[in-house]
Each structure stands twice: as C-alpha cells, then as structure tokens.
Design a protein around this ligand. Structure first.
Ligand code: ADP
Ligand code: MG
Length: 198
C-alpha cells in the first residue's frame, strides 16, 4: 500500500539522492554543457522538499502533478520543462496505488510527452536514453535500477543530437549525459523505496 508514509519516503529519498549528487551532475554538465544541471536540479528538488508534508498528504497522482509544476517553475534550463512534463504526465496516467504494469504503461506515456516537448528521440544522448530502457525493463522482468545505470553508461560513447551538448558535435562523445545520470539517480532511489514497500 502506498500510504502517506510511503509517499513521503519516496519523494524525500528521490529528491535527496539527486541533491546529494548535484556536484557530480554539474561536473558532467561542465564537460558537455554549461555546468548548471546539478544546480538546476538542486534548486527544483529543494523546492519539492520544502513542501514534503503537503505533497505526501496528496494521493500519488496529485502529488506527481504538483511536483511536475514545481519542477517546471524552479529547475529551469532544458531539463526543468522536460522533468516537469515527465512528472505531470505520470500524475495523469497513474492510479493511486499503481502496479508494476501500471508504472510501465504510465512511464511509456510520460516518455512520449517528453519526446513531444523536447522534439527528441531515443539515441540522441539525453535523459530519454535512460527513461526508455527503464520503461522496457519495467514492462518485462528486468531490474529498473540496473537498466538505468547501464543505460546512463551507454550514453558515454553517444554523440549528442539534442540539447546544449549537441553544439559540441563529435566532442560530446566520451562523456556521460548529465540528464541521463540524473534520471538514473532518480530511478535507483525510487526502485529502492518501492522495493521496500512492495
Ligand atoms: P540546459 O541544457 O538548458 O543547461 P540542464 O543542464 O539542466 O539544461 O539539462 C541538460 C539535460 O537535459 C541534458 O543532459 C539532457 O539529458 C536533457 N535534455 C536537453 N535537451 C533535451 C531534449 N530536447 N530532449 C530530451 N532531453 C533533453
Ligand atoms: Mg546545463
């Protein structure tokens, strides 16, 4: 059962995990972007934590919609509207107490919304290159956290086609995509907590 305590743990663990890795995300973004991804995510997720009790009191779909709006307003950059769209679509698509199959289906819809918003596709060295393999793992019997970690590593040899990193062309090759890394951190934290409460 996804009760208020479980929702609180889920939101808090996911937000803190990324905040704790803000310096790493910034270093990744310094290599192939403008060095603000860690700062952007930290600002947005600190705003989420500031309303942790209020968010945890809402049913999961409403909490996700509210988190999505906060991310759009506070993260900024390219990633804010994209993570905001992801969370808001998950909020629209998920039932209050989702099964693994519900999560796989809702994540598929959220990925489609991110693609539309970002005019992007899988294979362009972005967060989508982690989110899509995670949705596939969830739809089958795979471990989503393992899939996310392997998928983030797999962005290293890719050439960026979308986002600021695409300005570097070939020179974007050899670095992990910062948004792929933040997505993998979120997935790992959520999978840990969901595993405990399952
Ligand atoms: P900005 O690029 O504006 O500085 P951030 O540094 O916060 O924004 O986020 C960069 C990340 O956003 C990239 O690493 C990539 O994963 C993701 N991203 C950027 N543009 C797109 C896009 N069009 N579609 C999907 N993801 C994108
Ligand atoms: Mg940036």
């Amino acid at each position: 059962m996804l009760d208020q305590t479980a929702r609180r743990a889920l939101i808090e663990t996911a937000a803190r995990r990324v905040i704790d890795h803000a310096d790493e995300l910034t270093t990744l973004d310094q290599a192939i972007g403008d060095g603000d991804h860690g700062i952007n995510m930290k600002r947005g997720l600190e705003a989420v934590l500031a309303d942790l009790d209020g968010l945890a009191a809402k049913p999961l779909p409403e909490a996700l919609k509210a988190i999505g709006m906060t991310l759009v307003m506070k993260v900024g950059g390219a990633s804010g509207p994209l993570y905001g769209t992801l969370a808001m679509t998950l909020g629209k698509e998920l039932p209050e107490d989702p099964s693994r199959a519900d999560i796989a289906r809702a994540l598929g819809a959220a990925i489609a919304a991110v693609k539309a918003r970002g005019k992007s596709e899988v294979g362009q060295k972005t967060m989508l290159d982690v989110l899509a393999p995670v949705a596939e793992a969830l739809a089958q019997t795979g471990d989503p956290a393992e899939a996310a970690s392997a998928a983030a590593d797999a962005t290293i040899p890719m050439k960026a086609i979308r986002g600021r990193a695409s300005f570097l062309g070939e020179r974007s090759i050899g670095h992990m995509d910062p948004g792929a890394r933040s997505s993998a951190l979120l997935v790992a934290a959520i999978a840990e907590i969901a595993g405990h409460s399952a």
